[in-house]
Design a protein around this ligand. Structure first.
Ligand code: SAH
Length: 280
């Protein structure tokens, strides 16, 4: 309520009166009590609104697995989805598998770049886009049995293991195959079997296969692999010579015949072993 203080208190009306607000505000606090009140508010805010002590304890550290997971999400959007990979299962598998564990330790920071990386023995882990494309072309389903030729790091093997019932993989370089076995076992994959040998001959005892994937280039489709492919099955491979233009193909077994489709031009390391022998 607005009142004229001078009238109320009987001052000389000649003295200029100053209008004041009464009862609209509480009596003003002394500077000292105002100070303590502010301190109390700050204290209460920090207790009820501020970060918990547990969060503060975590604050200076950065969880590396979380930053790799973030890198994977970027890889999915920028290198796969934006370039036309659509298969939801393939995208989910590539978001799940920790690719950095399949590359040598000193290359971990580059694991999610869209390029091949050296894995030793002159071999490379394929770039993420190529892994996604080849897996998508295989058109696998959960009940499928798949044969992979060229285990390498075991990364592609893990992606397949996320999607199908059983994966059989053959690697010609023993050191690579043994290391891939360890990494995959460490990650808990139970539906993978790896063998050291020449993949040219396939793995007849485990066949026939619903899908076969070669991750090394060959100038022709290895005959034993074709025989081990089930009717209606798909074989995906880079077809061509070493250091020449190769093309990614998908061969479907339809009524026992090869139905071949061409995809992009690619550059893969060559298939070694029996295929190289001139007599063939
Ligand atoms: N999928 C692998 C790619 C590895 S590169 C990855 O993403 O890591 C191709 C692999 O094929 C190499 O490891 C090479 O040693 C292997 N390879 C070459 N010739 C082979 C053969 N005849 N049988 C099995 N593996 C072979």
């Amino acid at each position: 309520m607005l009142q004229l203080a001078g009238h109320e208190r009987g001052y000389d009306p000649g003295v200029p009166v100053v209008p004041t607000l009464e009862r609209a505000v509480p009596p003003s606090l002394s500077p000292a009590s105002r100070f303590w009140r502010i301190c109390r508010i700050i204290f209460l805010l920090s207790v009820f609104v501020g970060p918990s002590p547990a969060a503060l304890a975590e604050f200076p550290r950065k969880d590396p697995s979380e930053s790799y997971a973030a890198a994977r999400r970027v890889m999915i959007e920028r290198d796969l989805r934006a370039r036309g990979i659509k298969d939801a299962g393939v995208l989910a598998a590539m978001e799940e598998v920790p690719r950095h564990l399949f590359v040598p330790e000193k290359l971990r920071e580059s694991a999610y770049d869209d390029r091949p990386l050296a894995i030793g023995a002159g071999q490379t882990i394929s770039q993420p886009y190529m892994v996604a494309l080849m897996t998508e072309l295989l058109q696998v389903k959960r009940s499928d049995t798949v044969l992979e030729i060229g285990t390498g790091s075991g990364y592609q093997t893990a992606i397949l293991a996320e999607l199908v019932g059983a994966v059989y993989s053959i690697e010609i370089v023993a050191a690579l195959g043994e290391r891939a076995k360890e990494v995959l076992a460490g990650l808990g994959y139970k539906n993978v079997e790896i063998r050291i040998g020449d993949g040219f001959y396939g793995w007849a005892e485990r066949g026939p296969f619903d899908a076969i994937l070669l991750t090394a280039a060959s100038p022709k489709i290895p005959e034993p692999l074709w025989r081990q492919l089930r009717e209606g099955g798909r074989l995906v491979m880079p077809l061509g010579e070493e250091r020449r233009t190769q093309k990614l193909i998908r061969v479907r077994k339809t009524a026992g015949k090869q139905v071949i489709e061409d995809f992009s031009a690619v550059l893969f390391v060559p298939l070694r072993g029996a295929i190289e022998k001139p007599a063939r």
